[in-house]
Write a protein that binds this ligand. Sequence first.
Ligand code: SF4
Ligand code: SF4
Length: 348
Amino acid sequence: MTAMPKRSINHSYQDPVDLIWLRAAADLGLTVQRSRDAYAAYDGQGHLTISVPDEFDPDDSLAQMIFHELCHWLVSGPGARDLPDWGLSNTSRRDLVYEYACHRLQAALAAPYGLREFMAVTTVWRSYWNALPENPLQDGEDPAIAIAQAGFRLARTSPFQEILSRSLAATAAIADAVRGVVPESSLWSTTRARHRLGSLLSTSDSQTCGTCAWAITSRSGLRCRQHKMPGNSAPAVQGTERACERWEPQFTADDCGSCGACCRQGFDFVQLSSRDPFVSLHPELVQLKDGRQIVPRPDGLCVALNGDGSADSPFRCRHYETRPKNCRDFEVAGDACLQARRRVGLTR
Ligand code: SF4
Ligand code: SF4
């Protein structure tokens, strides 16, 4: 009997998501070494030190730690690459606002890929992270917001844009591959799948396309207004299929009082035809602009608009019964309604 040739060991297994983020760091000119000497540290000369796995929280990963450090760099500005720990003090609360800005940026960058929970910060920082709103970059009183917004703008520049989007997309692709086989206790189970039209799935399984404001009933069945691409017809959806994250409850003209998007910053003005009765009924509200007759919107508000959108003072056209034809033709929950609501930030 001939002896079996011994199979030599030439390779070692590595976590694929760690590899993705090690490559991201390398492409940004950073090396990563593992050491018990620090949980995470940066020497200001291109070398990150990140702790070893047995020091991590169970829901931590090298990938998240690298991503977190890159977010620190982004919120501290391009020059922070040459500063130890991105120029932040680790021994006082002086730079706490930068830590919080880093969290906001991290959440904002990971969320579109369904990775906000998967790439969440850990250790002692969980309470701030857990309290973040759905849009962590939305204007507000927290001074960390403006810093995070600046970091987000930097993340949209080269080479950050390409490297971060590539790494997040690759991480999300692995999440898609394993989501169906992981136990509930796995961090992978927190990743979010996509609706077949591209948006992330809604977190509520009781929301369906059939109950969504943006589902249009056409002769050929139900179609989605939100995912309509320019020049194409709206794509088909099934009434019973699980909604995407763009789901909104159906609304009617009764709901316009709290919205008013089409009467304020959703559009710049209302154009009038010369035959529109509004011209002769309300000449004091009509202006000439580039040879066209319009109803203007100084400070973004139609000159015929009353109210502030509150329950006590809903938005309402002062001349609703005699409103211009363009306003009469406006379809609640139609394409232009969606456009207006997006422009004022009421709808994604
Ligand atoms: S926007 Fe509404 S109709 Fe369109 S896919 Fe999402 S839930 Fe379905
Ligand atoms: S944008 Fe749509 S929901 Fe808002 S007020 Fe206009 S018609 Fe109503």
